[in-house]
Design a protein around this ligand. Sequence first.
Ligand code: VG1
Ligand code: CO
Length: 564
Amino acid sequence: MTASLDVRTVPTVVYDGQKPGTSGLRKRVKVFQQQHYTENFVQATLDAVSSDKGAKGSTLVVGGDGRYFLQDAIQKIIKIAAANQVAKLIIGRNGILSTPAASNLIRKHQADGGILLTASHNPGGPDNDFGIKFNVANGGPAPEAITDRIYESTKTIKFYRMVAMSDIDLSVIGSKRFGAHHPFEVEIVDSVNDYVALMRQIFDFALIRNFLQEHRENFTVLFDGMHGVTGPYGHALLVEELSLPSSSVMNGVTLPDFGGGHPDPNLTYAHELVARVRSERIAFGAASDGDGDRNMIISHDWFVTPSDSVAIIAAHADCIPYFKITGLRGLARSMPTSAAIDCVAKAKGVSLYEVPTGWKFFGNLMDAGQLSICGEESFGTGSDHIREKDGMWAILAWLNILASVSSQRGCLVSVRDLMREHFAQYGRNYFTRYDYEEVDSAAASQVMDLLQAQLASQQLIGTTQNGFTFAQMDNFCYEDPIDKSVSKNQGLRITFTDASRIIFRLSGTGSQGATIRIYIEKVEPANGQCDSDAQDVLKPLVQLALKISQLTELTGRTEPTVIT
Ligand code: VG1
Ligand code: CO
């Protein structure tokens, strides 16, 4: 097509509240469907592209997790990008890209960034959530300076630019070119291939394949795609690459409403997997979330907390070919994540960084070559192979480690064996998180205000309650070691004299009311009681958290929505 593109300037009205949260803008689909709403945000995002000339001449990757409204959003993005003189869009086939796959494509093609269409683990469908997230040239979520700029633009926007053209068929792989004066190219790429190629470089697939074959009677594997984006990735990796039976993947078809489920891999929402792993005595169960960046690892006799999972991967990094080459440059975790990985960093003599919640805070350290493996307690685990957390990567890392340790010892080492050995060496950080979802926003603020007042007066410091002595109370503030940017108010943190912690935070990903998260951690030394039930051990701290926050009195909630 050689005719000039028909660029229109469309007058618009400002919408309040287009402020990106922990990971992009997440709202109900109905909100995104309002006239101009999505267009405003996309225009504001393109205005924030930080290549030399802004969006003009840039290359962007676009894709999403398959949820409802994805197709409409992509067609709008194509037309707005064309009108803003973007040079090229690289789009996953049918608009599908997992978040890690999108991060990989941005890096592989040295694109200027990407627009990721996902609300991650939030439910999908006409009455549920949609999301738009902007990633920068390193493949990671835009830092706060850029999301602030996007938000500022949304508050003053008067018009957006859009090309009048018909919808593009996203199902055919290949390139299409449009426009005479400012050539505009749309390339549709396979959603899975490049990502599988990356995984092949990182892990020892031959070793894992042999291990799975040798122990096929005793080491059974079940992966739950939760009808999110990872089904096809799970199938390509586990079935095609690692030769597992296709029955090893459940809920593997990506659906716009995720089959009506809540695609969040935890004990509550992945109950179907948990029930099957227990009843069928599965040795290795795993799940991923809607957009494929989270993971859960379980066996019929153990649930691996995400905080422990990243510590295990760090401790055994030398089993993984990628880290044999790069070495371990440093480890990191988000502030509320347990300090299990800190013990590994200490033993290995590498730096440990503690950052605020949200993957965007790991990117600078990785770019500076100071960070190899990191994780969050919220089922996020990853490394510097890309700049997003990566669900399939974590699952493959576990398989590679179990295969490697088993082959070194000449016997099958189970998930539980590995955990017990880890605790015997490093001690155990008992950890749980209580989530109170869709709490009245005013009541949630009261809870945080009450805690903030206790922080200000420091009245609790030195007192002992339920057997725990308050050592410190602060509101976590982070200065990025690389660019020196400062992020304040990242969570109310209470530390006790025995290194136990209670942390309170308001979620930045919810779309309705407020979500209060309470994170509880208790440290047990290597020679202590490392085989107890976590909920039993943590009960006194949970009660203490509820008491000082007056959460029940102020919110009316007697039970959390989710316990992890
Ligand atoms: C939650 C998690 C956080 C994670 C974020 C995005 O944020 O706590 O650790 O990085 O979700 O995960 P919040 O603000 O609700 O606590 V996902 O899988 O959206 O991309
Ligand atoms: Co996610």
